[in-house]
Design a protein around this ligand. Structure first.
Ligand code: F0G
Length: 461
């Protein structure tokens, strides 16, 4: 809507509602204990506001629910597949489209085909499942974030960029044969949900083209990235966001998508590629583990909902509301004296627990201490992105992660401004007693993706 209005409103009205999980403080204390201080083990109906993830937690539109009813459930050649294929092709420009049940299935299939022992994948930053799938193939995953990306207090328009000179140096050092692909994660989830610029994408793509290395995009949050480009990058303010997205895709040879984010669905994903040889091998792996290539582990109705969601997510009223609501939470936390990764990201605000709780060392998981306190205080569920997720312990030796963050990820089209005001109030309360928070110790954890199932105990007072 044109005009001079300051208030940006939720661009929808609500047709179906769900109650929130109200609990008492004593209940929450017991829930935390039973969950071994790992919020992944908390039953969702004991959570008041769930900021654990923005993945698969969004609200679908009436049009998406309508599309669900149109789903064609034929095993092979379902009409819904062709609707979906057309939507992905129109958006990405890539020739071959393989549906999968979620992002990590695309990762596993592609890494299984392209990686393996002795190979190295380079990225602006790998998301944790991407890294795990690269490593599971026997390859190595190396992050090359732009200088300044780890300086969380300093704002910058495109802190999700890749370090292009470092990319070129690494390619020269390893040799192109060892590098099956370069990945750009858009937006950069591991480092604050920050966008990458078109300029950076273009430069990365030029290096890749020069050395004949495929550039693959991880486009879980492509629409948020495209809208940041529109808002922040010179030359893009009057371009349609769909056009900007198309240009992003044009710099790469393929993409992996977790549709649970910017396709506005609860489950789904895809691989879209131009390389016929990779596709033939991916299709084989798809049939082996996901399903026939015209449904890839999904129902026909899921394909319809994704096709519809990929269009809706590019609506600029939606994207204005989306980025503004995350920024609003960031402003509130800043006002409450809580250090955050600056600027707020596209899908989440990341609290810098290292600065918020300087008295808790990384080996005692300051991020997880804050996660537990948010739950204990008000039933808010967040996720640690720090040493619990990325640190390594071998016997007595402990290697911390480079950051100790707590991510408050906002489900799409789910919470309203009063929910966010409440979260800000809770943070103000915790900020006043931050110095009394205690760390935790890990008592058991598996070697890979440990944070999902690790068990912890609080340090004694
Ligand atoms: N890539 C990125 C950038 C992601 O953020 C995720 C998932 C994936 C790939 C994997 O997709 O979950 O559909 O298998 N991120 C979720 C999160 C889990 O909470 O950030 P998936």
């Amino acid at each position: 809507m044109e005009g001079h209005w300051k208030t940006i409103i939720e661009p929808f009205r609500i047709k179906t509602v769900e109650p929130l999980g109200f609990t008492t403080e004593a209940e929450r204390e017991a829930v935390l204990r039973d969950a071994c201080y790992n919020v992944f083990a908390i039953p969702a109906d004991k959570v008041l506001i769930d900021f654990l993830t923005d993945s698969g937690t969004g609200a679908m539109s009436a049009e998406q629910w309508g599309a669900i009813m149109r789903g064609d459930e034929s095993y092979a050649g379902a009409r819904s597949f062709f609707v979906f294929e057309r939507a992905v092709r129109d958006l990405t420009g890539y020739r071959y489209v393989l549906p999968v049940h979620q992002g990590r299935a695309a990762e596993r299939i592609l890494m299984g085909v392209a990686c393996g022992p002795g190979k190295t994948v380079l990225a602006n930053s790998h998301f944790d499942t991407t890294r795990a799938n690269v490593e599971a193939s026997g390859a190595e995953a190396v992050d090359l974030p732009a200088p300044g990306a780890l300086d969380f207090a300093a704002p910058g328009p495109f802190k999700g960029d890749m370090d292009v000179p470092a990319l070129e140096a690494k390619v020269r050092e390893l040799g192109r044969e060892r590098i099956p692909m370069v990945i750009m994660t858009l937006t950069n989830n591991s480092l604050g949900g920050q966008p990458a610029s078109m300029r950076n994408l273009r430069e990365v793509s030029e290096v890749c083209r020069h050395y004949r290395i495929p550039l693959i995009l991880d486009v879980a949050r492509f629409a948020e990235n495209a809208f940041f480009i529109k808002l922040r990058e010179p030359g893009y303010s009057s371009r349609a966001v769909r056009d900007i997205a198309r240009e992003m895709f044009s710099h790469a040879q393929g993409c992996m998508m977790s549709a649970k984010k910017d396709a506005l669905v609860n489950i789904g994903g895809f691989l879209a590629l131009n390389d016929a040889e990779w596709v033939a091998r991916c299709r084989e792996a798809l049939i082996l583990t996901e399903g026939f290539p015209t449904y890839g582990g999904l129902a026909g109705r899921d394909l319809e909902a994704m096709a519809q969601g990929l269009g809706e997510v590019l609506d600029e009223q939606y994207l204005t509301y989306r980025l503004r609501s995350v920024e609003y939470l960031g402003e509130g936390l800043r006002r409450a004296g809580v250090p955050i990764v600056e600027p707020p990201g596209g899908h989440a605000v990341y609290v810098d627990a290292k600065r918020f709780l300087p008295h808790i060392p990384p080996s005692r998981y300051p991020g997880q201490a804050l996660v537990c306190e948010l739950y204990r205080t008000a039933g808010i569920r967040a996720v640690e992105i720090g040493s619990l997720m990325f640190g390594r312990s071998e016997g007595e030796a402990f290697t911390p992660a480079p950051m100790e963050l707590v991510r408050l990820a906002m489900p799409r089209r789910v919470y309203t401004q009063s929910h966010i005001d409440f979260v800000i109030e809770v943070f103000s309360d915790i900020a006043r007693r931050a110095s009394s928070l205690r760390g935790l110790r890990v008592v058991s954890c598996p070697p890979r993706l440990a944070h999902f199932t690790a068990k912890l105990v609080p340090e004694p007072a």
